[in-house]
Write a protein that binds this ligand. Structure first.
Ligand code: NAD
Length: 491
C-alpha cells in the first residue's frame, strides 16, 4: 500500500537553505562570515526564519539583493506584497496582538488587535502616480521612484503595526527595508517579519525583502544606517532616536514625539467633548503619539466638562490621590547645574491599565475603568511630560486665548498633534496658527486624524520634525524627471 506524505514546501526550502549555509560555514563559526569567508548571509537559527540577521551588514546585503529582484518583477509584485501584509496582519491579529502585549507589557489587548485589523487602511501602490506635462517643447514626466534599501526603526508602543505599515508604504514605493526594532518589542516583530517573508517567497520567489536585525542594539542601528546600501532612514520614536538618525548624515524621515494638548472652548458640548477625549486618551492606555495627553478647558466650561468625563466613565482622582500617583509616576531629577528640576516618567507605569494607576494613587475604581483624570495646574508634570498613561490632567484657563497659549507651551513645539472642541472657526484658526502642528483635529478623538472616524488614510509613522506628515508610499520615493524634447504634440 502506498502511503501519502504531505510535504511542506517552504519547510523543505528552509532546511535546504540552512544545510547549504552550514556547508559553506567553517565548523564552529557562529555565523560571522566576514571572519571565515563563509558562504552568503547566514540566518540566525534559534527557531527563527527568513529575513532575520544578527549582522546589520548581512541584513542590508540581503535586502539589496531582494530590492533588485523586486525591481525585475515590477509594480504587480509590489501590489502582491501589500496584499500579503494586509491579509496576514488581519489574519494573525489576535495571536500577534497577544504576543506583542506579552512581550511589551504595555497597552490593551482589544486595541492592539484593532491596530492590526486597520492595517488594511494603509495606502499601497495606488498612491504612486506620475506627474506629466506636454507642450510645444515636448513631454516631461516625473516618476516617484524607489530609493533602494531603507533602514527603519520602530517603537515599543506599536511594534508590529508600525513594521507592517512601514512595509506596505515602503514596498509599494518599490523599496526593500531593514528594521531595527525596539529591544522590548523585537520578538513579536521578528515573528511578523518571518511570516511576511515566507509568504512573499512562496508567492514571488523573493527572499529577504523585509529584513530585521536581531538582537537590535544601538550598535546595530549605527551599522544598519551607515551601511552603503542604505540610502534613506526612517525612524519612529522619541527624541533620542530622532537626534541619532539626524546625526547619521543621510536623508532621514523622522516621526518624533508628541504631547498633544486639547482645548475645550466655552461653546463646546461637554458630553460630546468628554466622550471623544476618553476615546482618544484611553486608546491602548494612551500609547498613541497622537493621543490626548492634557486638557485646557475654559473656566466657564471646566466644571461641566469634568462632570461629563465622570458621567461617561472616567474616574476623577482627589488632590491627595493625584499627589500619590504623581509621586509614583515621576522621579524628580535636579539639574546638575542646580537649575530647574525635571520630572522623569517612571516606565513601570507607562501604558499600564487605569486600574493599575488607580492602585498607585490609592483609589478604588469600578472594574473596566478606562481613564483617570484630575484637575491640575498647567505646570504639573502630567501636563509637561509625554506620559503615555491612561491619566488625563485637566487645567482651567481664563478664556480660549489663554488655553491656546498654554496648549502651545505644553506641546513643546514638537508640532505633532493638537485638538480643539469648538464650533468657532475663529478659535480653530487661532489655534492652528499658534501651534502649527502636523495634525490638528477639531471636534473629534485623536484617531480621526489618522482616518479612524475621520477622512483620510492610516499610518503609524507621522513624520513631524522632518515635515513629511502622515507617511504614505510617496514619502519613500525620490522624484526623477524624464524629458523628451521634440515636436510631439498631436493636438
Ligand atoms: P523610544 O524613543 O524609546 O524608542 C523608539 C525606537 O528608537 C526604538 O526602536 C529604540 O530602540 C530606538 N532608539 C531610541 N534611542 C535611540 C538611539 N539613541 N539610537 C538609536 N536608536 C534609538 O520610544 P518608544 O518608547 O518605543 O515609543 C514612544 C515614543 O515614540 C514617544 O515619544 C512617541 O511619541 C513616539 N512615537 C512617535 C510616532 C510618530 O509617528 N511620530 C509614532 C509612535 C511613537
Amino acid at each position: 500500500m502506498q502511503s501519502s506524505v504531505a510535504i511542506d514546501e517552504s519547510l523543505v526550502r528552509e532546511v535546504v537553505s540552512e544545510v547549504l549555509s552550514q556547508l559553506g560555514r567553517k565548523s564552529g563559526c557562529p555565523g560571522n562570515c566576514s571572519e571565515h569567508k563563509c558562504a552568503g548571509p547566514v540566518l540566525l537559527r534559534r527557531g527563527r526564519g527568513l529575513g532575520i540577521f544578527e549582522d546589520p551588514a548581512e541584513a542590508c546585503e540581503a535586502a539589496a539583493q531582494a530590492f533588485l529582484k523586486l525591481q525585475e518583477q515590477g509594480v504587480a509584485a509590489r501590489a502582491k506584497v501589500v496584499e500579503i501584509v494586509k491579509t496576514l496582519a488581519v489574519k494573525n491579529q489576535v495571536e500577534w496582538a497577544k504576543l506583542e502585549l506579552a512581550e511589551t507589557k504595555i497597552g490593551r489587548l482589544d486595541h492592539k488587535i484593532e491596530k492590526l485589523d486597520i492595517i488594511k487602511q494603509v495606502p499601497g501602490v495606488e498612491f504612486i502616480y506620475p506627474w506629466a506635462r506636454s507642450g510645444d517643447h515636448g513631454i516631461t514626466h516625473e516618476e516617484y521612484t524607489p530609493f533602494g534599501v531603507i533602514a527603519a526603526v520602530t517603537p515599543s508602543t506599536h511594534s508590529i503595526p508600525t513594521v507592517s505599515g512601514n512595509i506596505i508604504n515602503m514596498v509599494a514605493a518599490g523599496n526593500a527595508v531593514v528594521f531595527n526594532a525596539h529591544p522590548n518589542a523585537a520578538q513579536c516583530a521578528v515573528k511578523a517579519v518571518e511570516t511576511y517573508n515566507e509568504a512573499i517567497r512562496a508567492e514571488l520567489g523573493i527572499e529577504n525583502l523585509v529584513c530585521m536585525v536581531d538582537p537590535p542594539t544601538l550598535e546595530s542601528f549605527q551599522g544598519m544606517c551607515k551601511n552603503d546600501h542604505v540610502r534613506l532612514i526612517c525612524v519612529t520614536g522619541g527624541e533620542g532616536v530622532v537626534k541619532a538618525a539626524m546625526g547619521i548624515g543621510k536623508r532621514a524621515i523622522c516621526a518624533g514625539p508628541g504631547n498633544p494638548p486639547v482645548v475645550v472652548a466655552e461653546d463646546a458640548d461637554p458630553d460630546s467633548a468628554a466622550k471623544k477625549i476618553i476615546q482618544g486618551a484611553a486608546y491602548d492606555n494612551n500609547l498613541l503619539c497622537v493621543g490626548e495627553k492634557e486638557v485646557f478647558a475654559v473656566e466657564s466650561k471646566a466644571d461641566a466638562l469634568m462632570a461629563a468625563l465622570e458621567r461617561n466613565g472616567a474616574y476623577r482622582l482627589s488632590s491627595s490621590q493625584l499627589e500619590r500617583l504623581t509621586a509614583a509616576a515621576f522621579t524628580i531629577e535636579k539639574d546638575r547645574a542646580g537649575g530647574c528640576a525635571r520630572a522623569i516618567v517612571n516606565r513601570d507605569l507607562l501604558g499600564r491599565d487605569a486600574e493599575v494607576l488607580a492602585k498607585a494613587a490609592g483609589a478604588q475604581v469600578p472594574a473596566g475603568t478606562q481613564l483617570l483624570f484630575a484637575e491640575t495646574g498647567p505646570d504639573h508634570p502630567f501636563v509637561k511630560e509625554e506620559q503615555m498613561m491612561p491619566f488625563l490632567p485637566v487645567t482651567r484657563s481664563r478664556d480660549v486665548h489663554e488655553a491656546i497659549r498654554a496648549a502651545k507651551v505644553a506641546e513643546h513645539n514638537y508640532r505633532h498633534t493638537s485638538i480643539i472642541h469648538t464650533q468657532n472657526v475663529g478659535y480653530m484658526t487661532e489655534m492652528a496658527r499658534a501651534l502649527d502642528t502636523t495634525l490638528f483635529i477639531k471636534n473629534g478623538p485623536c484617531m480621526a486624524g489618522l482616518g479612524i472616524g475621520g477622512e483620510g488614510y492610516l499610518s503609524y509613522t507621522i513624520a513631524t520634525p522632518t515635515g513629511e506628515g502622515v507617511s504614505n508610499p510617496k514619502t519613500f520615493t525620490r522624484v526623477r524627471r524624464c524629458v523628451m524634447v521634440d515636436n510631439l504634440r498631436i493636438y
